[in-house]
Design a protein around this ligand. Structure first.
Ligand code: UN1
Length: 494
Protein backbone atom coordinates (compact mmCIF):
# COMPACT_ATOMS: atom_id res chain seq x y z
CA UNK A 1 0.00 0.00 0.00
CA UNK A 2 1.37 3.41 -0.94
CA UNK A 3 0.18 6.31 1.18
CA UNK A 4 0.42 9.93 0.07
CA UNK A 5 -0.11 13.20 1.88
CA UNK A 6 -3.52 14.81 1.42
CA UNK A 7 -3.19 18.52 0.76
CA UNK A 8 -5.75 20.87 -0.73
CA UNK A 9 -7.95 17.93 -1.71
CA UNK A 10 -5.17 16.06 -3.58
CA UNK A 11 -3.17 12.97 -2.68
CA UNK A 12 0.46 13.91 -3.30
CA UNK A 13 3.93 12.63 -2.48
CA UNK A 14 6.26 14.53 -0.20
CA UNK A 15 8.15 17.19 -2.15
CA UNK A 16 11.42 15.57 -1.18
CA UNK A 17 10.14 12.21 -2.52
CA UNK A 18 11.38 10.38 0.57
CA UNK A 19 9.29 7.61 2.16
CA UNK A 20 9.25 5.47 5.28
CA UNK A 21 7.78 2.04 5.96
CA UNK A 22 5.03 1.21 8.38
CA UNK A 23 5.48 -2.35 9.63
CA UNK A 24 3.11 -4.98 10.95
CA UNK A 25 4.11 -5.29 14.63
CA UNK A 26 2.99 -8.93 14.76
CA UNK A 27 5.45 -9.77 11.97
CA UNK A 28 7.88 -6.98 11.29
CA UNK A 29 9.05 -8.53 8.04
CA UNK A 30 5.73 -7.39 6.58
CA UNK A 31 5.42 -3.83 5.33
CA UNK A 32 1.89 -2.50 5.72
CA UNK A 33 2.45 0.76 3.90
CA UNK A 34 5.02 3.08 2.42
CA UNK A 35 4.28 6.62 3.53
CA UNK A 36 5.74 10.02 2.69
CA UNK A 37 8.57 11.25 4.88
CA UNK A 38 7.55 14.85 4.63
CA UNK A 39 9.59 17.97 5.13
CA UNK A 40 8.85 21.55 6.10
CA UNK A 41 7.82 22.49 2.55
CA UNK A 42 4.99 19.93 2.74
CA UNK A 43 3.78 21.44 6.01
CA UNK A 44 3.89 24.91 4.44
CA UNK A 45 1.64 23.68 1.63
CA UNK A 46 -0.81 22.01 4.00
CA UNK A 47 -1.08 25.05 6.28
CA UNK A 48 -1.61 27.32 3.26
CA UNK A 49 -4.36 25.01 1.96
CA UNK A 50 -6.06 24.97 5.36
CA UNK A 51 -5.90 28.77 5.61
CA UNK A 52 -7.37 29.19 2.17
CA UNK A 53 -10.26 26.87 2.95
CA UNK A 54 -11.03 28.49 6.30
CA UNK A 55 -13.27 31.37 5.21
CA UNK A 56 -15.62 29.12 3.25
CA UNK A 57 -15.76 26.39 5.87
CA UNK A 58 -16.38 28.62 8.88
CA UNK A 59 -19.24 30.30 7.06
CA UNK A 60 -20.88 27.04 6.08
CA UNK A 61 -23.78 26.60 8.51
CA UNK A 62 -22.85 24.21 11.29
CA UNK A 63 -25.82 21.88 10.52
CA UNK A 64 -24.49 21.56 6.94
CA UNK A 65 -21.02 20.76 8.27
CA UNK A 66 -22.78 18.20 10.44
CA UNK A 67 -24.34 16.52 7.41
CA UNK A 68 -20.87 15.78 6.06
CA UNK A 69 -19.90 14.21 9.37
CA UNK A 70 -23.10 12.22 9.34
CA UNK A 71 -22.10 10.80 5.94
CA UNK A 72 -18.61 10.08 7.29
CA UNK A 73 -20.24 8.07 10.09
CA UNK A 74 -22.22 6.05 7.58
CA UNK A 75 -19.14 5.40 5.46
CA UNK A 76 -17.24 4.29 8.55
CA UNK A 77 -20.02 1.79 9.24
CA UNK A 78 -19.73 0.52 5.67
CA UNK A 79 -15.93 0.26 5.98
CA UNK A 80 -15.78 -0.89 9.60
CA UNK A 81 -14.48 -4.40 8.93
CA UNK A 82 -11.83 -3.27 6.44
CA UNK A 83 -10.59 -0.40 8.61
CA UNK A 84 -10.75 -2.52 11.78
CA UNK A 85 -8.55 -5.15 10.10
CA UNK A 86 -6.18 -2.42 9.01
CA UNK A 87 -5.96 -1.15 12.60
CA UNK A 88 -5.04 -4.65 13.74
CA UNK A 89 -2.54 -5.14 10.92
CA UNK A 90 -0.79 -1.83 11.37
CA UNK A 91 -1.10 -1.29 15.12
CA UNK A 92 -1.32 -4.84 16.48
CA UNK A 93 -4.36 -4.77 18.80
CA UNK A 94 -6.68 -7.76 18.48
CA UNK A 95 -9.45 -7.51 15.90
CA UNK A 96 -12.27 -6.97 18.40
CA UNK A 97 -10.34 -3.95 19.66
CA UNK A 98 -9.50 -2.83 16.12
CA UNK A 99 -13.22 -2.84 15.34
CA UNK A 100 -13.86 -1.02 18.63
CA UNK A 101 -11.40 1.65 17.54
CA UNK A 102 -13.46 2.23 14.40
CA UNK A 103 -16.71 2.13 16.40
CA UNK A 104 -15.45 4.97 18.55
CA UNK A 105 -14.93 7.01 15.38
CA UNK A 106 -18.46 6.14 14.21
CA UNK A 107 -19.92 7.22 17.53
CA UNK A 108 -17.98 10.45 17.43
CA UNK A 109 -19.07 11.20 13.86
CA UNK A 110 -22.75 10.97 14.78
CA UNK A 111 -22.32 12.78 18.07
CA UNK A 112 -20.46 15.69 16.46
CA UNK A 113 -22.82 15.77 13.48
CA UNK A 114 -25.64 16.42 15.96
CA UNK A 115 -23.66 19.16 17.69
CA UNK A 116 -23.94 21.09 14.44
CA UNK A 117 -27.55 21.76 15.39
CA UNK A 118 -26.74 22.80 18.96
CA UNK A 119 -23.39 24.57 19.35
CA UNK A 120 -25.04 26.67 22.04
CA UNK A 121 -23.79 29.93 23.37
CA UNK A 122 -25.57 31.94 26.07
CA UNK A 123 -28.31 34.50 25.87
CA UNK A 124 -28.68 36.56 29.05
CA UNK A 125 -30.72 39.62 30.00
CA UNK A 126 -29.15 43.02 29.62
CA UNK A 127 -28.93 45.66 32.35
CA UNK A 128 -30.54 48.09 29.92
CA UNK A 129 -33.80 48.26 28.05
CA UNK A 130 -33.72 47.68 24.29
CA UNK A 131 -30.45 45.86 24.40
CA UNK A 132 -29.56 42.16 24.22
CA UNK A 133 -26.51 40.15 25.14
CA UNK A 134 -25.31 36.84 23.85
CA UNK A 135 -22.21 34.75 23.46
CA UNK A 136 -21.37 32.80 20.29
CA UNK A 137 -18.95 30.00 19.58
CA UNK A 138 -16.49 30.82 16.83
CA UNK A 139 -13.86 28.51 15.35
CA UNK A 140 -10.23 28.96 16.35
CA UNK A 141 -9.02 28.85 12.75
CA UNK A 142 -6.43 26.40 11.42
CA UNK A 143 -5.83 23.66 13.98
CA UNK A 144 -2.84 21.32 14.00
CA UNK A 145 -3.67 17.83 15.26
CA UNK A 146 -0.94 15.43 16.36
CA UNK A 147 -2.17 11.93 17.09
CA UNK A 148 -0.72 8.73 18.54
CA UNK A 149 -0.64 5.18 17.21
CA UNK A 150 -2.55 3.39 19.97
CA UNK A 151 -6.02 4.44 18.80
CA UNK A 152 -5.16 5.13 15.17
CA UNK A 153 -8.75 5.70 14.04
CA UNK A 154 -10.54 6.81 17.20
CA UNK A 155 -8.22 9.56 18.42
CA UNK A 156 -7.81 11.25 15.00
CA UNK A 157 -11.61 11.04 14.68
CA UNK A 158 -12.15 12.63 18.12
CA UNK A 159 -10.01 15.57 17.15
CA UNK A 160 -10.85 16.00 13.46
CA UNK A 161 -14.63 15.66 13.79
CA UNK A 162 -14.78 18.06 16.72
CA UNK A 163 -12.53 20.57 14.97
CA UNK A 164 -14.63 20.39 11.80
CA UNK A 165 -18.05 20.76 13.35
CA UNK A 166 -16.85 23.92 15.09
CA UNK A 167 -15.76 25.38 11.75
CA UNK A 168 -11.99 24.95 11.96
CA UNK A 169 -9.81 23.65 9.17
CA UNK A 170 -7.26 20.99 9.95
CA UNK A 171 -3.67 19.96 9.38
CA UNK A 172 -3.37 16.43 10.71
CA UNK A 173 0.01 14.80 11.47
CA UNK A 174 -0.59 11.16 12.39
CA UNK A 175 1.88 8.93 14.20
CA UNK A 176 4.54 7.46 11.93
CA UNK A 177 3.56 4.02 13.18
CA UNK A 178 0.05 4.20 11.73
CA UNK A 179 -0.06 6.25 8.51
CA UNK A 180 -2.26 3.74 6.66
CA UNK A 181 -5.01 3.96 9.29
CA UNK A 182 -4.80 7.74 9.13
CA UNK A 183 -5.10 7.73 5.35
CA UNK A 184 -8.11 5.40 5.52
CA UNK A 185 -9.91 7.89 7.78
CA UNK A 186 -9.04 10.85 5.57
CA UNK A 187 -10.24 8.98 2.46
CA UNK A 188 -13.57 8.49 4.18
CA UNK A 189 -13.80 12.22 4.94
CA UNK A 190 -12.98 12.97 1.32
CA UNK A 191 -15.72 10.63 0.13
CA UNK A 192 -18.14 12.14 2.66
CA UNK A 193 -17.71 15.49 0.93
CA UNK A 194 -15.28 17.48 3.06
CA UNK A 195 -14.24 20.31 0.71
CA UNK A 196 -10.62 20.57 -0.52
CA UNK A 197 -8.25 22.11 2.01
CA UNK A 198 -10.56 21.64 4.99
CA UNK A 199 -8.71 18.51 6.14
CA UNK A 200 -5.06 18.07 5.20
CA UNK A 201 -2.83 15.20 6.25
CA UNK A 202 0.95 15.26 6.34
CA UNK A 203 2.95 12.18 7.37
CA UNK A 204 6.45 12.35 8.77
CA UNK A 205 8.50 12.37 11.91
CA UNK A 206 7.40 14.34 14.95
CA UNK A 207 10.84 15.85 15.40
CA UNK A 208 11.16 16.92 11.75
CA UNK A 209 7.70 18.16 10.89
CA UNK A 210 5.53 17.89 14.01
CA UNK A 211 7.28 20.65 15.88
CA UNK A 212 7.51 22.80 12.76
CA UNK A 213 3.78 22.39 12.24
CA UNK A 214 2.64 23.29 15.73
CA UNK A 215 4.78 26.43 15.87
CA UNK A 216 3.91 27.46 12.30
CA UNK A 217 2.76 31.07 11.96
CA UNK A 218 -0.29 29.92 10.01
CA UNK A 219 -1.59 27.66 12.79
CA UNK A 220 -4.02 28.97 15.41
CA UNK A 221 -4.33 26.08 17.89
CA UNK A 222 -2.89 22.66 18.59
CA UNK A 223 -4.18 19.41 19.98
CA UNK A 224 -1.67 16.75 20.89
CA UNK A 225 -2.01 13.22 22.25
CA UNK A 226 1.21 11.34 22.88
CA UNK A 227 4.16 10.99 25.20
CA UNK A 228 4.76 13.19 28.21
CA UNK A 229 8.16 14.25 26.95
CA UNK A 230 6.79 15.49 23.64
CA UNK A 231 3.71 17.06 25.26
CA UNK A 232 5.72 18.97 27.84
CA UNK A 233 8.02 20.24 25.15
CA UNK A 234 5.00 21.57 23.25
CA UNK A 235 3.62 23.18 26.39
CA UNK A 236 6.92 25.06 26.75
CA UNK A 237 7.00 26.13 23.12
CA UNK A 238 3.36 27.10 22.70
CA UNK A 239 2.88 28.71 26.09
CA UNK A 240 5.22 31.46 24.92
CA UNK A 241 3.19 31.86 21.73
CA UNK A 242 -0.18 32.18 23.54
CA UNK A 243 -1.51 29.48 21.29
CA UNK A 244 -4.32 27.26 22.63
CA UNK A 245 -3.02 23.75 23.26
CA UNK A 246 -4.78 20.62 24.46
CA UNK A 247 -2.44 17.85 25.58
CA UNK A 248 -3.28 14.32 26.55
CA UNK A 249 -0.18 12.60 27.77
CA UNK A 250 -0.62 9.43 29.66
CA UNK A 251 -1.36 7.93 32.99
CA UNK A 252 -0.50 5.59 35.80
CA UNK A 253 -4.02 4.38 36.30
CA UNK A 254 -5.01 2.21 39.22
CA UNK A 255 -7.76 -0.17 40.21
CA UNK A 256 -8.62 -0.38 43.92
CA UNK A 257 -10.04 -3.73 45.01
CA UNK A 258 -11.73 -3.64 48.40
CA UNK A 259 -12.27 -6.70 50.60
CA UNK A 260 -15.99 -6.78 49.75
CA UNK A 261 -15.49 -6.60 45.98
CA UNK A 262 -16.88 -9.13 43.55
CA UNK A 263 -13.47 -10.63 42.84
CA UNK A 264 -14.29 -12.31 39.56
CA UNK A 265 -15.64 -9.03 38.22
CA UNK A 266 -12.53 -7.25 39.47
CA UNK A 267 -10.34 -9.90 37.86
CA UNK A 268 -11.94 -9.30 34.48
CA UNK A 269 -11.46 -5.57 34.95
CA UNK A 270 -7.77 -6.00 35.72
CA UNK A 271 -7.13 -8.43 32.87
CA UNK A 272 -8.88 -6.30 30.29
CA UNK A 273 -7.57 -3.01 31.68
CA UNK A 274 -3.96 -4.13 32.06
CA UNK A 275 -3.48 -6.40 29.06
CA UNK A 276 -6.04 -5.15 26.52
CA UNK A 277 -4.25 -3.35 23.66
CA UNK A 278 -1.14 -4.95 25.24
CA UNK A 279 -1.32 -2.29 27.94
CA UNK A 280 -0.74 0.44 25.36
CA UNK A 281 -3.59 2.69 26.40
CA UNK A 282 -3.15 5.88 28.28
CA UNK A 283 -6.06 4.60 30.37
CA UNK A 284 -4.48 1.16 30.95
CA UNK A 285 -4.68 -0.25 34.48
CA UNK A 286 -1.04 -0.50 35.46
CA UNK A 287 -1.50 -0.60 39.24
CA UNK A 288 -3.85 -2.71 41.30
CA UNK A 289 -4.23 -1.73 44.94
CA UNK A 290 -5.73 -4.68 46.79
CA UNK A 291 -7.07 -4.90 50.32
CA UNK A 292 -4.90 -7.12 52.51
CA UNK A 293 -7.81 -9.44 53.32
CA UNK A 294 -8.15 -10.55 49.70
CA UNK A 295 -4.63 -9.75 48.50
CA UNK A 296 -3.12 -13.26 48.41
CA UNK A 297 -6.17 -14.84 46.86
CA UNK A 298 -6.49 -12.15 44.22
CA UNK A 299 -2.84 -12.48 43.18
CA UNK A 300 -3.35 -16.22 42.64
CA UNK A 301 -6.44 -15.56 40.55
CA UNK A 302 -4.67 -12.90 38.50
CA UNK A 303 -1.52 -14.92 37.90
CA UNK A 304 -3.56 -17.96 36.90
CA UNK A 305 -5.65 -16.04 34.41
CA UNK A 306 -2.77 -13.96 32.98
CA UNK A 307 -0.81 -17.14 32.23
CA UNK A 308 -3.58 -18.39 29.99
CA UNK A 309 -3.84 -15.32 27.79
CA UNK A 310 -2.81 -16.25 24.26
CA UNK A 311 -0.34 -14.03 22.47
CA UNK A 312 -0.26 -13.70 18.72
CA UNK A 313 -1.42 -11.98 15.59
CA UNK A 314 -4.54 -10.04 16.48
CA UNK A 315 -6.24 -11.06 13.22
CA UNK A 316 -6.25 -14.72 14.30
CA UNK A 317 -9.23 -16.01 16.18
CA UNK A 318 -8.37 -16.91 19.76
CA UNK A 319 -5.65 -14.31 20.21
CA UNK A 320 -6.10 -12.40 23.47
CA UNK A 321 -3.08 -10.11 23.41
CA UNK A 322 -1.24 -8.68 20.42
CA UNK A 323 2.30 -7.34 20.09
CA UNK A 324 3.86 -4.06 21.20
CA UNK A 325 3.86 -1.42 18.48
CA UNK A 326 7.58 -1.19 17.68
CA UNK A 327 11.05 -2.09 18.81
CA UNK A 328 11.54 1.04 20.85
CA UNK A 329 8.41 0.43 22.94
CA UNK A 330 9.30 -3.24 23.23
CA UNK A 331 12.76 -2.44 24.59
CA UNK A 332 11.32 0.14 26.95
CA UNK A 333 8.83 -2.33 28.43
CA UNK A 334 11.51 -5.03 28.80
CA UNK A 335 13.63 -2.43 30.58
CA UNK A 336 10.83 -1.70 33.04
CA UNK A 337 10.52 -5.40 33.75
CA UNK A 338 14.22 -5.46 34.62
CA UNK A 339 13.78 -2.32 36.72
CA UNK A 340 10.87 -3.91 38.63
CA UNK A 341 12.86 -7.05 39.41
CA UNK A 342 15.85 -4.91 40.39
CA UNK A 343 13.71 -2.86 42.76
CA UNK A 344 12.72 -6.01 44.60
CA UNK A 345 9.22 -6.51 43.25
CA UNK A 346 8.18 -10.13 42.99
CA UNK A 347 7.62 -11.35 39.45
CA UNK A 348 4.53 -13.54 39.61
CA UNK A 349 4.06 -14.34 35.94
CA UNK A 350 5.33 -13.24 32.53
CA UNK A 351 8.33 -10.95 32.63
CA UNK A 352 9.85 -11.94 29.31
CA UNK A 353 9.75 -11.48 25.57
CA UNK A 354 8.01 -14.27 23.66
CA UNK A 355 9.84 -15.26 20.50
CA UNK A 356 8.69 -18.82 19.87
CA UNK A 357 6.58 -20.03 16.94
CA UNK A 358 4.16 -17.51 15.51
CA UNK A 359 5.60 -14.81 17.77
CA UNK A 360 9.09 -15.10 16.25
CA UNK A 361 8.95 -11.93 14.18
CA UNK A 362 6.83 -9.66 16.33
CA UNK A 363 7.30 -7.52 19.42
CA UNK A 364 5.59 -9.82 21.91
CA UNK A 365 5.90 -9.62 25.69
CA UNK A 366 4.11 -12.03 28.01
CA UNK A 367 1.43 -10.49 30.25
CA UNK A 368 3.40 -9.63 33.36
CA UNK A 369 2.31 -9.35 36.99
CA UNK A 370 4.50 -7.93 39.75
CA UNK A 371 3.51 -8.33 43.39
CA UNK A 372 5.05 -6.93 46.60
CA UNK A 373 5.25 -3.60 44.83
CA UNK A 374 5.62 -0.58 47.08
CA UNK A 375 4.29 2.83 46.09
CA UNK A 376 7.74 4.37 45.72
CA UNK A 377 9.06 1.89 43.19
CA UNK A 378 9.49 3.21 39.66
CA UNK A 379 7.17 0.51 38.28
CA UNK A 380 4.47 1.91 40.58
CA UNK A 381 5.00 5.52 39.52
CA UNK A 382 6.09 5.69 35.88
CA UNK A 383 4.04 4.99 32.80
CA UNK A 384 5.16 1.71 31.21
CA UNK A 385 2.72 1.46 28.27
CA UNK A 386 2.96 -2.30 28.02
CA UNK A 387 1.40 -5.49 29.41
CA UNK A 388 2.77 -5.04 32.92
CA UNK A 389 0.72 -4.62 36.08
CA UNK A 390 1.94 -3.93 39.61
CA UNK A 391 0.01 -5.15 42.64
CA UNK A 392 0.26 -3.07 45.80
CA UNK A 393 -1.21 -4.13 49.15
CA UNK A 394 -3.34 -1.76 51.23
CA UNK A 395 -5.18 -1.91 54.55
CA UNK A 396 -8.19 0.29 53.77
CA UNK A 397 -9.79 2.86 51.51
CA UNK A 398 -7.90 5.92 52.74
CA UNK A 399 -4.54 4.25 52.31
CA UNK A 400 -5.59 2.94 48.89
CA UNK A 401 -6.66 6.38 47.69
CA UNK A 402 -3.46 7.91 49.05
CA UNK A 403 -1.47 5.45 46.95
CA UNK A 404 -3.59 6.04 43.86
CA UNK A 405 -3.47 9.82 44.12
CA UNK A 406 0.18 10.11 45.01
CA UNK A 407 1.65 9.92 41.50
CA UNK A 408 2.28 12.72 39.02
CA UNK A 409 -0.46 11.44 36.69
CA UNK A 410 -4.22 11.72 37.06
CA UNK A 411 -6.09 10.25 34.12
CA UNK A 412 -8.24 7.32 35.20
CA UNK A 413 -8.93 5.27 38.34
CA UNK A 414 -11.35 2.52 39.31
CA UNK A 415 -12.75 0.98 42.45
CA UNK A 416 -14.40 -2.37 43.00
CA UNK A 417 -16.57 -2.63 46.10
CA UNK A 418 -20.13 -3.64 46.92
CA UNK A 419 -20.48 -0.91 49.50
CA UNK A 420 -22.20 2.22 48.27
CA UNK A 421 -20.58 4.46 50.87
CA UNK A 422 -17.12 3.22 49.93
CA UNK A 423 -17.64 3.81 46.22
CA UNK A 424 -19.18 7.23 46.84
CA UNK A 425 -16.14 8.32 48.84
CA UNK A 426 -13.85 7.05 46.10
CA UNK A 427 -15.87 8.89 43.50
CA UNK A 428 -15.44 12.06 45.51
CA UNK A 429 -11.79 11.78 46.49
CA UNK A 430 -9.95 10.06 43.63
CA UNK A 431 -7.88 12.76 41.95
CA UNK A 432 -8.26 11.73 38.32
CA UNK A 433 -10.13 13.07 35.33
CA UNK A 434 -12.11 9.83 34.99
CA UNK A 435 -13.35 7.54 37.77
CA UNK A 436 -14.91 4.11 37.25
CA UNK A 437 -17.05 2.28 39.80
CA UNK A 438 -17.14 -1.49 39.47
CA UNK A 439 -15.65 -1.22 36.00
CA UNK A 440 -12.08 -1.10 34.70
CA UNK A 441 -10.03 2.03 34.01
CA UNK A 442 -10.79 1.92 30.30
CA UNK A 443 -13.80 2.39 28.08
CA UNK A 444 -14.56 6.10 28.19
CA UNK A 445 -17.53 7.15 26.06
CA UNK A 446 -17.30 9.91 23.49
CA UNK A 447 -20.24 12.02 24.65
CA UNK A 448 -18.35 13.15 27.74
CA UNK A 449 -15.03 14.97 27.98
CA UNK A 450 -11.90 12.81 28.07
CA UNK A 451 -8.82 14.08 29.81
CA UNK A 452 -6.53 13.83 32.76
CA UNK A 453 -5.36 15.98 35.61
CA UNK A 454 -1.84 17.06 36.54
CA UNK A 455 0.81 15.47 34.26
CA UNK A 456 -1.79 13.52 32.31
CA UNK A 457 -2.82 16.54 30.33
CA UNK A 458 -3.27 20.23 30.01
CA UNK A 459 -6.39 20.03 32.14
CA UNK A 460 -8.37 20.90 29.06
CA UNK A 461 -10.27 17.72 28.27
CA UNK A 462 -11.27 17.21 24.70
CA UNK A 463 -12.84 14.31 22.88
CA UNK A 464 -16.56 14.49 23.41
CA UNK A 465 -18.92 16.51 25.42
CA UNK A 466 -19.74 20.17 25.44
CA UNK A 467 -17.32 20.80 28.29
CA UNK A 468 -14.63 19.01 26.30
CA UNK A 469 -14.36 19.25 22.56
CA UNK A 470 -16.65 22.18 21.91
CA UNK A 471 -14.98 24.30 24.55
CA UNK A 472 -11.57 23.58 23.14
CA UNK A 473 -12.27 23.92 19.43
CA UNK A 474 -14.22 27.16 19.73
CA UNK A 475 -13.55 30.55 21.23
CA UNK A 476 -16.22 32.75 22.63
CA UNK A 477 -17.38 35.97 21.10
CA UNK A 478 -19.73 38.13 23.16
CA UNK A 479 -22.13 40.38 21.30
CA UNK A 480 -24.05 43.32 22.88
CA UNK A 481 -26.69 44.74 20.59
CA UNK A 482 -28.39 47.99 21.46
CA UNK A 483 -31.56 48.64 19.52
CA UNK A 484 -32.75 51.72 21.48
CA UNK A 485 -31.39 54.07 18.82
CA UNK A 486 -29.88 56.43 21.43
CA UNK A 487 -27.03 56.58 23.89
CA UNK A 488 -28.50 55.06 27.00
CA UNK A 489 -27.59 56.99 30.12
CA UNK A 490 -26.73 53.92 32.19
CA UNK A 491 -23.92 53.10 29.76
CA UNK A 492 -22.15 56.25 30.91
CA UNK A 493 -23.05 56.07 34.62
CA UNK A 494 -21.29 52.72 35.07
C1 UN1 B 1 -6.20 5.99 25.25
O1 UN1 B 1 -6.09 5.24 26.19
O2 UN1 B 1 -5.21 6.40 24.66
O3 UN1 B 1 -11.28 5.04 27.41
C2 UN1 B 1 -7.55 6.39 24.77
C3 UN1 B 1 -10.74 4.28 26.62
C4 UN1 B 1 -10.85 4.58 25.15
C5 UN1 B 1 -9.90 5.62 24.73
C6 UN1 B 1 -8.56 5.46 25.30
N1 UN1 B 1 -12.20 4.99 24.86
O4 UN1 B 1 -10.14 3.32 26.99
Amino acid sequence: MHIRNFIGGKWINAKGKRTFDSLNPADNRRIVAKAPLSGREDIDLAVAAAREALAGWRRKPAPRRGEILFRAGELLIREKQRVGELVTTEMGKVLAEGLGDVQEAIDMAFYMAGEGRRMQGETVPSELPDKDCKSLREPLGVVALITPWNFPTAIPAWKIFAALICGNTVVFKPSSDTPACAAALVQILEEAGVPPGVVNMVCGSGADVGEYLVTHAGVDAVSFTGSCAAGERLEGLLGRMHRPLATEMGGKNAIIIMADADLSLALEGVLWGAFGTSGQRCTAASRVVVHEKVHEGFIDMLAGAAKHLRLGDGLLEGTDVGPLINEQQYMKVLDYIRIGSGEGAQLITGGMAVTAGACAHGFFIAPTVFAQVTPNMRIAREEIFGPVVSVVKCSGLDEAMGIVNNVPFGLSAAIYSRDVNTTARAERDLQTGIVYVNASTIGAEIQLPFGGWRHSGSGHPEAGGRGGALDFYTRIKVVYRDFSGRLQKAQIDK
